[in-house]
Write a protein that binds this ligand. Structure first.
Ligand code: TYM
Length: 362
């Protein structure tokens, strides 16, 4: 048994999550999961599958339920060893929505309307969110009345639920890709605001954004983030893609004019491929640029494909072993929910007392 010295400090806590909305992408893998799996020793890790975030856009119930299993199997296949971390489903833990409501009551609507992801998602649904100063309330401009009725408040309040996910565990560090940085800032602001009003309660979480791979771009349009929901199937590599799918997608990825292989703002396609290469091979950009001096885009693509095929092979093989073992996956989620609930209740109770909610009758 591990010897606990009175001086031994508890490990710092990591909390991070992904949405169970289909297969994880290469962006999720390089920007998030691969780094999470390197943190299991140094930190006490809580990894959530945020099904309540997923329902901010329409979901088919049986598909969502299956996606949660698929997500946990992919987490483990990507290296999150369940013996060394807690993996849980958000809706299994009481406290996420309770704390989210409390924080919602402290969040000005204007701050939520300014969130880039909200504006992007609203735009996808056909909305334009007005930034004019007079629109202090929610104001959308759009030509169709039907579309107006279809945007839900959950989409607007999404970042508050995310803040609750983090603060409910008093997480020290939150490893995420670049796209979540703004949400993290809101979370830190809310924590600070709460602490100031009701006395020190929340740890102010630090974001951890990797130096390479934090923003993997679409293969079809390297100016846009690689995303699960891209309609163009050539735009996204999924961690469960077969080798020939990977090779085809990388082969048809958009490159740039000219022939030089270097990281540069006017070469977003090549820069993206170099980022993928560097994240997988561990070789820094200057050395890669030297390596590809005088070589063509074809050689760059073929090296990137090889690295991807090799790395994702183990993920895919391990996934297909795990996905049929529902008993095992359930046991992982049960342990995760119990550990998460224990920690969450402590913080939720503290918060509820501080804001004046009466104690629960025993
Ligand atoms: P989600 O499910 O979109 O993505 C999960 C993680 O993958 C990262 N990521 C990327 N990284 C690099 N390049 C990309 N193209 C790319 N696409 C996604 C994301 O940054 C993220 O780290 N709102 C979150 C889920 C969430 C959460 C939380 C995260 C809910 N509560 C609490 C951290 C802490 C999201 O939608 O992630």
């Amino acid at each position: 048994m591990e010897k606990i010295s009175p001086l031994s400090k508890p490990k710092p806590v990591i909390l991070t999550c992904a949405q169970p909305t289909g297969n994880l992408t290469l962006g999720n893998y390089l920007g998030a999961l691969r780094n999470w799996s390197k943190m299991l020793e140094e930190y006490e890790c809580y990894f959530g599958i945020v099904d309540l975030h997923a329902i901010t856009v329409p979901q088919k119930p049986p598909v969502l339920r299956q996606n949660v299993y698929s997500c946990i199997a992919q987490y483990i296949a990507c290296g999150l060893d369940p013996k060394r971390c807690h993996q849980f489903v958000q809706s299994h833990v009481i406290g996420h929505t309770e704390l989210a409501w409390i924080l919602t009551c402290m969040t000005p609507i204007g701050e939520l309307q300014r969130m880039t992801q909200f504006k992007d998602k609203a735009a996808k649904l056909g909305f334009k969110v007005s930034n004019e100063p007079e629109s202090q309330g929610i104001k959308f401009t759009h030509d169709g009345v039907r579309a107006q009725a279809s945007i839900n408040a959950g989409l607007l309040c999404y970042p508050v639920l995310m803040a609750a996910d983090i603060l409910l565990y008093n997480a020290d560090l939150v490893p995420v890709g670049e796209d979540q940085r703004q949400h993290l800032e809101l979370c830190r602001d809310l924590a600070g605001r709460f602490n100031q009003k009701y006395s020190e309660t929340f740890t102010i979480p630090e974001p951890y954004v990797p130096s390479t791979g934090a923003r993997i771009m679409s293969l079809a349009d390297p100016l846009r983030k690689m995303s699960k929901s891209d309609d163009n199937e050539k735009a996204t590599i999924f961690v469960l893609d077969e080798p020939d799918q990977i090779t085809k997608k990388i082969g048809s990825s958009v490159t740039d004019s000219g022939t030089e292989i270097k990281v540069s703002q006017d070469k977003p396609g090549v820069s993206n491929l170099l980022s993928i290469h560097s994240s997988l091979s561990g070789i820094d950009f200057p050395s890669l640029e030297d390596h590809f001096l005088g070589k063509g885009y074809g050689e760059l693509k073929s090296e990137v494909s090889e690295l991807l095929v090799e790395t994702l092979r183990t993920v895919r093989e391990s996934y297909y072993e795990l996905i049929n073992d529902k008993t095992f996956l359930d046991s992982v989620l049960k342990e995760g929910a119990q550990a998460a609930q224990k920690r969450a209740f402590k913080i939720l109770n503290k918060v509820q007392r501080k804001i004046g909610l009466p104690d629960r009758p025993r």
